[in-house]
Design a protein around this ligand. Structure first.
Ligand code: ZN
Length: 239
C-alpha cells in the first residue's frame, strides 16, 4: 500500500498538474490532500475540479474555512484576506458547497491526516513545544504517524521535537512522527519546486518529491487577474 500525500495547493493549477503528471509515473493506491486547495492563487475553480475528478481525498484547510466563514478572515493577514475575497468571487457555488463538505481530519489504518496540528486545525507546527504537544496528542489518540500541512515547510518532527528535511527516510515502527509533505502551490522553504510525498506502508518509509512547474504562467495570471502582486513574486523564491 502506497499513499501519495500532498498539501497546500493554493489554486496553483500549473503546480497541481505538474505534481499529478509526476505521480502518473509512480505507483500508489490513493492520493490525499491536506487542505488549502484554494487561496492565494489564480485558479481555484480548476483546482477544485481536478480534486473532484481525480477523486483525491481531501480535508479542509484554514483557507477553505475562511472562504465559507467570512468572520474567520479577521485572523488572516492582508494578502490572504484579499486573495480569499477574490476567490469568493471567482468560485462557483457548486465548488463552495464541495469545499464546505470536506472533513476537518481524516483517519486511515492508524494514520492521522490534519491541516494544522492534531490539537487544532489552525495551529502551525513550527516550534519544538507545539511538536512535542502534538506528538503527545497522537500518542493519547492511538496514532503513530500524523501527516500535516499548513506551514508549507516539508519535513519530519521527531518525538523530542527536533525537525529535519528529508528525501527518502525509513521510519521506525515503535516511534511517533509528525510529517509534512510541503506545499504544492506555494512552497516556503526557499525551494520553488512543488513538494509532495509518497508513504509506503510495507516498507514503512516516506519519500519526498520535488517537481518543477511553469511558475511564470502562474505569476502572469496572478498579475492579470488583479491578485496581490507579492503572491506571484514569492513563488520564484519559494518564500
Ligand atoms: Zn496553506
Amino acid at each position: 500500500m502506497k499513499i501519495a500525500i500532498l498539501s497546500d495547493i493554493h489554486s496553483n493549477l500549473e503546480a497541481l498538474i505538474s505534481v499529478l503528471n509526476n505521480l502518473s509515473k509512480e505507483s500508489f493506491d490513493f492520493i490525499i490532500s491536506l487542505g488549502d486547495i484554494v487561496g492565494y492563487g489564480p485558479d481555484p475553480e480548476k483546482c477544485v475540479d481536478i480534486i473532484q475528478r481525480e477523486k483525491i481525498i481531501s480535508i479542509k484547510g484554514n483557507h477553505e474555512r475562511m472562504l465559507i466563514k467570512p468572520e474567520d478572515r479577521i485572523f488572516a493577514n492582508e494578502l490572504a484576506r484579499r486573495a480569499i475575497e477574490w476567490t469568493e468571487e471567482n468560485l462557483s457555488l457548486k465548488s463552495k458547497i464541495f469545499l464546505e463538505s470536506l472533513p476537518e481530519k481524516y483517519e486511515y489504518e492508524g494514520l492521522l491526516f490534519v491541516h494544522g496540528s492534531p490539537l487544532n486545525p489552525d495551529e502551525y507546527i513550527i516550534r519544538r513545544r507545539v511538536a512535542i504537544d502534538s506528538i503527545q496528542k497522537i500518542k493519547e489518540d492511538g496514532f503513530k504517524l500524523c501527516f500535516f500541512g499548513h506551514t508549507h515547510l516539508p519535513g519530519i518532527f521527531y518525538e523530542d521535537g527536533a525537525f529535519s528535511y528529508f528525501d527518502k527516510t525509513l521510519l521506525e515502527g515503535e516511534k511517533y512522527y509528525l510529517i509534512n509533505p510541503g506545499s504544492v502551490g506555494q512552497p516556503r522553504d526557499r525551494n520553488p519546486k512543488s513538494s509532495y510525498l509518497i508513504f509506503d506502508f510495507q516498507e514503512y518509509s516516506v519519500n519526498l518529491k520535488r517537481v518543477e512547474y511553469n511558475i511564470t504562467n502562474t505569476v502572469e495570471k496572478i498579475q492579470n487577474y488583479g491578485l496581490p502582486e507579492e503572491l506571484g513574486t514569492r513563488l520564484y523564491y519559494g518564500i
